[in-house]
Design a protein around this ligand. Structure first.
Ligand SMILES: [Zn+2]
Ligand SMILES: [Zn+2]
Length: 558
């Protein structure tokens, strides 16, 4: 029998807390002995049926078993599904946060928003840097994705090298010319990699996802044919998309305005760090959009998912302070539809069309490419890294399973290990086995952004002594958008006192007035109306009772 020297090395456990078997909420713990490293701290966006909930993050109580052991948090890149939960997670980490410069710049405002002063704990790393954390050496490798400064990781552990791809595609012509570090991945592969944890998001797509550059032509067609204003909506982290639009604006003599908080904030960060270049005189403020003839302007807006508070949905119902849509304008949707958002996106498109503007999507012109690798890119990653064990992550089960089958054809010597959230996957030097399960779940973060509330809140808030639950039920006429009857308000878990009684008596009338004063299109749009009801009720309870209840708006169209 051959003796394997690694067999006597300490075991390494890997536990995904989120992102395996679902999209979003990526978080994974790697631990050995008395040291653990946490990779990513992401959120998932709430499904529409979780009314009143702003964010969904992994249940962090499972992390408490590792309290005092977690010596570092590593962030692969700056997307919300990787950094969005940082303010809730950072207290459970006893050490620095390592991330690229751009990722750190996106994290800072999140910590500030929560009044957390952790600036000293954020450490910027560059590709090919290495840091030591207990028995681990973490090596950072550049990968291409849909935003700048994204990292994959090579974790040198006592049981062997674990490669974690982060989110990636293999963009051979990235706009910033910063290519994936395929050389180092291949080097690691030929030296021997214990395990590869790889992004499965697009495992069910054939071919290659394509370069960020591929959208230039589609946008060129729009710019060369548009007679009115061009409004482009994209994710506020799509810095490459911003660059494409800015370059074309300069070429076609248009001014660029960033509209919506996320667009403004992120474009400024990207400018400051040199990831976005805007020639002098090209950028204008959103408040200046109306000062220029429509054919001289292009707006980059938030709201590609139809989010009620973002710029485009407000613009589309003619309720934006600075930007109006006119006959002949073009609104280009340059983002994927996150599953669950289709209805809200569709409604926004309807409003745009009602304004007389033209809706252009990826099915009309090639104006969006995915940031995640398709089958051929995933195969290339597997063949470069040649891992002993292959573990598909980032995806629902069908993408994970397909990615696993792919690995078996590319690298028949690799063993595919399928895991799901909460599995404790142990590498002991010889085998990789699920040895245990820890409880995982979701925590819903409500609109007040202060508290974390368990799933059960939506079933019965009566048991929660906190700020209670308010259900506001509004019946509107589907045709006219008018109120059919006075709104009714049901509360649970609110201690009754005199102030509350008076407030509850006034609440329906206050709500009715607010709804009647809403723009006509908002009245006939349940999504937008719910947002209004939620804000109105939260304001009322905060001002008159000092309470921050969870508000569930219910809009019935009759
Ligand atoms: Zn990403
Ligand atoms: Zn992601």
């Amino acid at each position: 029998m051959q003796l394997d020297p690694a067999a006597s090395a300490p075991a390494v456990d890997v536990i995904p807390f989120g992102g395996v078997g679902e999209f979003g909420m990526n978080m994974l713990l790697v631990s050995s002995g008395d040291t653990a490293v946490l990779i990513d701290a992401g959120v998932m966006f709430p499904e529409p049926e979780l009314f009143g909930v702003d964010l969904v993050i992994p249940d962090l109580s499972a992390l408490d078993a590792h309290r005092g052991k977690i010596k570092a948090l590593v962030l692969t890149h700056g997307h919300e599904d990787h950094i969005g939960a940082i303010a809730h997670v950072i207290d459970r980490v006893d050490g620095p946060v390592y991330a690229s410069e751009f990722t750190i710049a996106l994290v800072e405002p999140k910590l500030e928003e929560h009044g957390i002063d952790y600036a000293k704990r954020l450490i910027a790393v560059s590709p090919r840097d290495r840091v030591d954390v207990g028995p681990f050496t973490i090596e950072f490798l550049r990968v291409t994705h849909s935003m700048p400064d994204c990292l994959a990781l090579a974790l040198h552990t006592p049981a062997g090298v674990i490669v974690h791809t982060g989110d990636f595609k293999i963009d051979q012509t990235p706009l910033d010319s910063e290519q994936s570090d395929l050389h180092r991945l291949a080097e690691l592969g030929s030296a021997g990699v214990l395990a590869l944890f790889s992004d499965s998001t697009n495992a069910d797509r054939r071919g290659f996802s394509g370069s960020e550059r591929d959208v230039i032509e589609g946008f060129e067609e729009i710019f060369s044919s548009a007679n009115g204003k061009i409004v482009v909506t994209a994710f506020s982290t799509s810095i490459y998309r911003m660059q494409v639009v800015v370059d074309l604006a300069e070429q076609f003599d248009r001014k660029v305005a960033f509209v919506g908080r996320g667009m403004q904030q992120n474009s400024q960060i990207a400018l400051r760090l040199g990831h976005l270049e805007i020639p002098g005189g090209v950028q204008i403020r959103d408040s200046e959009v109306g000062d220029h003839p429509p054919q001289d302007v292009v707006c980059l807006c938030t709201g590609s998912q139809g989010e009620a508070l973002a710029a485009l949905p407000r613009i589309a119902i003619d309720d934006h302070r600075h930007v109006k849509l006119l006959q002949g304008d073009i609104v280009a949707f340059s983002a994927r539809n996150i599953p669950g958002n289709e209805k809200a996106i569709g409604r926004t498109m309807n409003h745009v069309a009602r304004r007389g503007a033209e809706v252009v999507t990826d099915s009309d012109r090639h104006i969006h490419v995915s940031g995640h690798g398709s089958a051929e890119e995933l195969k290339l990653m597997i063949s470069l890294v040649k891992p002993r064990f292959f573990v598909p992550i980032h995806g629902e089960y069908r993408q994970l399973a397909r990615h696993g089958r792919m690995a078996r054809t590319v690298c028949p010597d690799s063993e595919v290990v399928m895991v799901q959230d909460g599995d404790v996957l142990r590498f002991d030097g010889r085998t990789a086995r699920v040895v245990d399960r820890v409880a995982t779940g979701r925590i819903l973060i409500d609109g007040t952004r202060t508290g974390e509330i368990g799933d059960e809140v939506l079933r019965d808030r009566r048991h929660v002594a906190g700020d209670g639950l308010v259900v506001a039920i509004v019946a509107i006429n589907a045709q006219s958008g008018a109120l059919e009857q006075a709104p009714s308000i049901i509360t649970r878990g609110l201690a009754a006192d005199v102030r509350h009684e008076a407030m509850l008596k006034d609440a329906p009338a206050i709500l009715a007035r607010s709804i009647e004063s809403a723009p006509r299109e908002e009245q006939s749009d349940p999504g937008l109306l719910k947002e209004r009801i939620r804000i109105e009720m939260q304001r009322l309870f905060r001002k008159r009772a000092g309470r921050r209840p969870l508000v569930l708006p219910v809009v019935m169209e009759v």
